[in-house]
Design a protein around this ligand. Structure first.
Ligand code: TXA
Ligand code: MG
Length: 324
């Protein structure tokens, strides 16, 4: 058991302290514009091993290396023409690029789970980029939740899952976007692949690089190893496309609705705003997650951030693997 301290994410002294812990191989939860990440020094294999351990994450599921500049990204991977165009358009921001890793990138092999590609993101997060700058190296950071659970968008969510398993939580309040980054694999020949819809809408990306290919569906060798069918899952079962809650259900609503009585209701956005709904999604799922209840979810349009919201909801509703 480790004592997990919470420090303010906007305090330079707190960032100094967290950077010292990271340099010594520690683990720090850090707010980003998407969700809270759990950071470890990407160059230290032992630190990265502790990170997998703390999350209970299978080691075949690789991590994103976070950087604080395009130059740092280019030292790690060969972005190619398409990757450059996307990086220029969307970094810093909620976009992750998967590209061939360079020899001598200096990233522990556990980060890529042995793949020859590396996922790289420059986040719009002064706390995370502040730590990277202090360390002078990339930080590996998955979402700061136990593997398979709902991603955290507040420091309290992080503590719920990881208290006593990590060294420090930097509290920066609720995350602005609320769903994880969009992941694109850039390939030398052919269209870039959409590996995970996320905080940068598909249409914005396609305006820069043309149409995206869909990743192969989940299989033995999925293109995005972490895209397991069941993920982002609350304890409660989830029922999708529910226009009304039934007896025994709580309701995750979207859009203006008449009062529903006799049932817990959380409205993702009563003005049908998909950005607001994305920011509220994981907090809403956590709030309605109660033993013996089913979470019924209103239909969400597939446009804009709706694609990422519906992706997370489908995984939350998917059959769960047998708990081990
Ligand atoms: O917004 C985000 O992306 C957050 C914040 C903390 O940056 N991070 C995040 O990390 O969502 P994580 O580990 O929860 O999800 C990263 C996904 C996983 O599904 C993983 O399989 C995939 O990225 N991934 C990482 N490296 C990959 C690679 N080389 N090829 C394909 N997929 C990769
Ligand atoms: Mg995750």
């Amino acid at each position: 058991m480790t004592v997990t301290v919470t420090l303010p994410a906007d305090d330079p002294a707190a960032l100094d302290e967290a950077a010292r812990l990271l340099a010594r191989g520690g683990l720090a939860a850090v707010p980003t514009e998407t969700v809270y990440g759990l950071a470890a020094d990407a160059a230290q294999g032992e630190a990265v091993a502790r990170l997998y351990e703390a999350k209970g994450r299978p080691r075949f599921n690789p991590l994103i290396a976070h950087v604080d500049s395009l130059e740092m990204a280019e030292r790690l991977v060969d972005l190619g023409g398409t990757g450059h165009a996307l990086a220029h358009a969307f970094w810093p921001g909620p976009l992750t690029l998967v590209a061939p890793m360079r020899a001598g990138a200096g990233v522990a092999s556990l980060v890529t789970a042995g793949l020859d590609t590396l996922a790289v993101r420059w986040p719009a997060s002064p706390a995370l980029t502040g730590l990277i700058a202090r360390l002078g190296r990339p930080l590996a950071a998955p979402s700061a939740n136990r593997s398979g659970a709902v991603s955290p968008t507040t420091a309290a969510h992080v503590r719920d899952g990881l208290d006593g398993r990590i060294d420090v939580i930097l509290d920066g309040g609720p995350c602005r976007i609320g769903v994880e980054s969009t992941i694109i694999r850039v390939v030398t020949a052919g269209r870039p692949l959409l590996l995970r819809p996320g905080g940068t809408p598909r249409a914005d990306i396609e305006a820069v690089c043309g149409p995206l290919s869909a990743a192969r569906p989940d299989s033995d060798r999925p293109d995005a190893p972490g895209q397991l069918a069941s993920h982002y899952a609350p304890e409660s079962p989830v029922r999708l496309n529910a226009t009304q809650p039934r007896q025994g259900e709580s309701y995750l609503a979207f859009g203006p609705r008449p009062e529903i009585v006799g049932c817990d209701v959380f409205n993702l956005s009563d003005r049908s705003d998909l950005a607001e709904a994305a920011a509220n999604l994981f907090a809403g799922l956590r709030l309605l997650d109660k033993p013996g209840r089913v979470i019924a979810v209103a239909p969400i349009p597939e446009a804009g951030l709706g694609e990422a919201i519906n992706d997370r909801l489908r995984r939350a509703a998917a059959d769960r693997p047998i708990a081990s």
